[in-house]
Design a protein around this ligand. Structure first.
Ligand code: ATP
Ligand code: MG
Length: 197
């Protein structure tokens, strides 16, 4: 069998409804079998990750419950050091070859427009682009540009005004986050007092 699998990496600090929508729309448009959510171990481009690895992973695992098109991969958490997407892809490919020795796979790397904007500065972008098809989802306030060297399949969505940053601030100020994350994730954030000082 030839699989079509999406990869959506992120800090997921916390995972929110726009992440899940991006995965679902990419799945629909590109007829993917499923999408891996890949929480970053140590995202090299971020100054700070607020919640622990365990909490970010737990929230991803709660968020995928009941969604057969979503799986969580721990490859970036299990690897030591900074998270680079070239390593994510290589580790996922090794896992796939081990688990499905008789099958093949086409990988689709799903990025928000803000992430794609920086793609040429990532580690080994040419190597990444050789191994995956790049899928870009529009994001409010972000222009979409195409890089000739790294062409992408662009999905223009109506736009979700949601970011993890905004959710961390709302949680800290005791404002509701119920419209921004799955109910079970909102519950986890409250119970574990994430993002409050
Ligand atoms: P933060 O505010 O902490 O940076 P974030 O909301 O940007 O969090 P990330 O974990 O940084 O979430 O993003 C993971 C991936 O999801 C990135 O490719 C990002 O572009 C994409 N993404 C996040 N939010 C949206 C959104 N509202 N619309 C489209 N893509 C999004
Ligand atoms: Mg971000």
């Amino acid at each position: 069998m030839q699989y079509r699998i999406g990869i959506l990496g992120g800090s997921f600090d916390p995972i929110h409804l726009a992440h899940l929508e991006a995965a679902r729309i990419a799945c629909d448009k590109l007829d993917l079998d499923f999408v891996y959510l890949v929480p970053a171990g140590n995202p090299y481009h971020r100054d700070e990750v607020v919640a622990s690895i365990q909490a970010r992973l737990a929230m991803c695992e709660l968020a995928v419950q009941g969604h057969h098109w979503l799986k969580v991969s721990k490859v970036d958490i299990d690897r030591m050091g900074n998270t680079y997407t070239i390593d994510t892809i290589s580790d996922l490919a090794s896992e796939f070859a081990r688990d499905f020795p008789n099958d093949s796979v086409e990988w689709f790397l799903i990025l928000g427009a803000d992430a794609y904007k920086n793609f040429p500065q990532w580690k080994q972008p040419e190597e990444i682009a050789k191994n995956v098809r790049i899928v870009v989802v529009s994001r409010p306030g972000e222009d979409h540009q195409q890089f000739d060297r790294f062409p992408c399949y662009f999905i223009d969505v109506p736009g979700w005004e949601i970011s993890s940053t905004q959710i961390r601030i709302a949680a800290k100020n005791n404002e509701t986050i119920d419209e921004l994350v799955p109910a079970i994730v909102a519950e986890y954030i409250k119970t574990n007092k994430l993002y409050t000082d």
